[in-house]
Design a protein around this ligand. Sequence first.
Ligand code: PLP
Length: 394
Amino acid sequence: MRAAQGFDKLGKSYLFSEVRARKDAFLKENGGTLIDLGVGDVAFPLPPSSVAAIVAAAEEMGDNVRFRGYPPEGGYDFLRQTIAEAYAEAGVKISDGEVFVGDGAKSDAAAFTTLFEPCEVVIPEPVYPVYLDSALLCGHRPLLLSGSKQNGFLPTPAALKGKEGLVIWLCSPNNPTGAAYDGAGLAEWVRFALDTGSLILFDAAYATFAGDGMPKTIYSVDGARGCAVEFGSFSKFAGFTGMRCSWTVVPHEIMLEKRRLQALWQRRQAAEFNGVSYVVQRAAQAALSPQGRRECRVVIDTYKRNSCVLGHIFQKHGVWHTGCEHSPYLWFECPRGDSWAFFDRLMRTCRVVGTPGVGFGPSGEGFFRLSCFTTPEIAREAAARLDSALPSCM
Ligand code: PLP
């Protein structure tokens, strides 16, 4: 028996496992503490509305009559409906049956890639590494599109002239760069996908971080229903990284030759997924209530303010950076080019951990990401350390 061929093509380890390993090795050798702005995990607890919903749902699960067993693999109707209503409020028509509840945008994204025969998968990078890893594991042929300072880290379909039938990942607002496509930028991709029989897989995990006037869903663009699947997550929006809840929208009209894509996803989920727990789905529903959303907004705005606090330091030292506007990340040019070497220097000099840009794709080399999912106090402490030590890291 042999391991699947895709494993030969994967990097040695998953990016964030490597970040953790280097951090742990440093602490073992040097002791003390580090400010960890590496892995983008949330810093604040669940919104109180979700906590109340968890308690109520736990009571139900302990009751002879109201107890529930296996959840439906596509999600409970109450959550599918609530998500569809949230789209309706944004002026987008999505039916409950087009929404599939999952246990994380990471697993949804990776699983979705298995629906296709090996094909060309377009990945504008630097970007969340899961698209590339999952494409390689499925035997797809990745086609990397390079983001740069020149194109604002927002590649366009211009480089894909003559190509057809592509699977195209778009992540907007982008992790790690914080760049976000505006309506015109997304419309260009949608037009390209419709013209070439391609499918867009749109990762909207950071939609609630996008600034005013920016699209929060690809379905705000005309024609997107005909060519785009959207992935949403409660992780960054409602602090659910430890709860695990997400959704995928698969519009009814999208066909893969003669087969309905929605039916394929439904079939795949039925075959390989057993749903998200009742308690978690009730908590997610509560996060989308008006009160829950207000609670989430306060936390999201705090993370965004953190990125401005850090951004100010890079501004002061004349270091090129982005990220404050549409994301909880700060993305900056490493002073000396090699982003893993900068990772080590920053850790040694400031005792601050970040993520080397090259881990998000070859075009990330020479750049660096700091996660702003932290408290304002820690963000200020990190900013102070960077302010005094940045010149010596350069
Ligand atoms: N998509 C992007 C762009 C992300 O950055 C992340 C997590 O960092 C995810 C998806 C994963 O989300 P989830 O926690 O729902 O699996």
